[in-house]
Design a protein around this ligand. Sequence first.
Ligand code: KG4
Ligand code: ZN
Length: 411
Amino acid sequence: MHKNGISKILGIETSCDDTCAAVIESSAENRAGYPVQNFDLYGTKLKILSSIVSSQTKLHEKYGGVFPSLAKREHQKNLAAVLNQAIRSSGVKNGKKEKQTENGLAEKIKNLKMIFGKEDDFFRSTIDFLKKTNRPDVEAIAVTNGPGLEPSLWQGINFARALSLWWELPIIPVNHIEGHIAANFIGREKNDPIAAEIFPAICLVASGGHTQLMLMEGIGRYKTLGESRDDAAGECFDKTARILGLGYPGGPAIAKTAKKFDPQNSELKIKLPRPMMFTKDYDFSFSGLKTAVLYDFKKRSEKIQRSKNYAKAMAYDIQESIIDVMVYKTLKAARVLQARSIITGGGVTANEKLGSRFRSEIAKLYIQPYFLTPAKDLSADNAAMIAAAAFFNLDKISSWKRIEANANLKI
Ligand code: KG4
Ligand code: ZN
């Protein structure tokens, strides 16, 4: 139990193309066994009671990336069902049906209409769901308020505002990037020695929308060291996979194709650039890598363009290039800032080769930081990480009236 009496949080995430809902429970005690005042990683266990992700990947495949108006419509269609499943599979009890006076109900419906504006269908599906569903036994609702695609963000936010209004629960806005970091702290046992020793940490969040390197001095204390000046690492995987005809999302497709390449026994050797690897700052740039792939592709004969060997050689060096740059810059930051750990998160960090390269490079260091990476199903977008990060932000507790989307929210 935390200050504010919060121990279970319902999370909602719709910043991109996945519709996600989850319930997280935090058992928190300080080292003497009392309820904590400030969030203490060492004394806390964050446990997933449920986590549902409804992916729209198939729908966006033909565009080779996320199509915002389609994502918005799908979130509206899916949110009630995804939340219903998250509540039911969490095992949390249903609270009593709220006693509504007629005036109170009319007031709530009036406010709901205000929240949904002209989105009639979304209003109707939400009110149908609310009328059927008792308030679950949670103490707050967490929702991603940015960064992300604005139309996508608003759907999760308006839905969360509706739940908050109807069930009279507070609402906690969560930064999506902090969510990716928080994914690393889910499921750790209380008094895990690593949790007591990880700060200062260097965090690398790499996804379809972001590539960001941060210094994390403690829970809620971040300094951005650098970020991508153009395409994100995941975006580069997606765009180059499209050039090579490997499908969407590009990251897993490139990783799978690269695995089949044997650099020792191939006549085809491709050496792509390692953009900004040795610059003094901590920024990244991946659009030049995409251009280099496109140039190489265009100068090949059609026969080579279509050959499996070419796709394998290309996929291999695209992956190597992105890994080389990200690992080099992250380790440099860790050395310079004397970090005690390296924390990763975001869809790209599901890449197995990236994880193994981090481990092998860290093993070569004289002073070795801990390496934290989320469980595989928690590296990509999910709502469990948003509910987990809400426990870091109990002081941001707010009401449905004040939550807004901020597509460019900074950490
Ligand atoms: O975190 P995420 O699910 O969504 C965003 O916040 O963007 O990340 C999605 C990105 C996509 O660009 C996808 O291609 C990439 O993560 N990705 C991968 C892998 N799995 C997903 N990139 C490289 N290797 C993977 N195994
Ligand atoms: Zn993400």
